[in-house]
Design a protein around this ligand. Structure first.
Ligand code: FES
Ligand code: FES
Length: 184
């Protein structure tokens, strides 16, 4: 393999990139892989615009070297849609509730919100503020962002409740089927 060549696992796919030791993950994502949803803000680790997930943990891609995350699962905003291609509830809520004005902070806000809602499915407003404390919105959309995260959290709880009802119904159906088969 050529010097600096490495494989990054991005949004479930292995991607071969040329990333000498000094190249940041943000540079590789945007410039080599054309994943421009991850935004280039301060480049100092202070604004959160470049947030991605690495093994489900938030990372500031502007201060993370691509070489550091080789072989780990990297998720960008382009990789969070549902398997059927529909947008994630956070994407829907930010768009519908005006949580994105210029939109520059939005991918980072959504990635940080994903982490928050994974560990805390029903966050209070203060918990949402704390979870997004590392993400800056220069348009000052904070009240709408708060509302969008609250709304998405509710949608996600409803989705989980529906999925669990579906699983219960299908396991009851399977149990009834087994009974019918035994009764023959
Ligand atoms: S661009 Fe990475 S924290 Fe601002
Ligand atoms: S919507 Fe413009 S920076 Fe947040």
């Amino acid at each position: 393999m050529a010097a600096g060549s490495r494989f990054l696992r991005v949004n479930g796919e292995d991607r071969k990139v040329t990333a000498p030791a000094h190249r940041t993950l943000l540079e590789v994502l945007r410039e080599d892989l054309d994943l421009t949803g991850t935004k280039h803000g301060c480049e100092l680790g202070e604004c959160g615009a470049c947030t991605v997930l690495v093994d489900d943990e938030p990372y500031l891609s502007c201060i993370t070297l691509a070489a550091e995350v080789e072989g780990r699962a990297i998720t960008t905003i382009e990789g969070i849609a549902r398997a059927d291609g529909t947008p994630h509830p956070l994407q829907v809520a930010f768009a519908d509730l005006g949580g994105a004005q210029c939109g520059y902070c939005t991918p980072g806000m959504i990635m940080s919100s994903l982490v928050l809602l994974k560990t805390n499915p029903s966050p209070s407003d203060d918990e949402i503020r704390a979870g997004l404390a590392g993400n800056v919105c220069r348009c000052g959309c904070y009240p709408k962002i708060l509302q969008a995260v609250r709304d998405a959290a509710e949608q996600m709880r409803l989705e989980r409740a529906r999925a669990s009802r579906g699983r219960r119904a299908s396991s009851k159906g399977a149990a009834r089927g087994a009974h019918v088969r035994r009764s023959r």
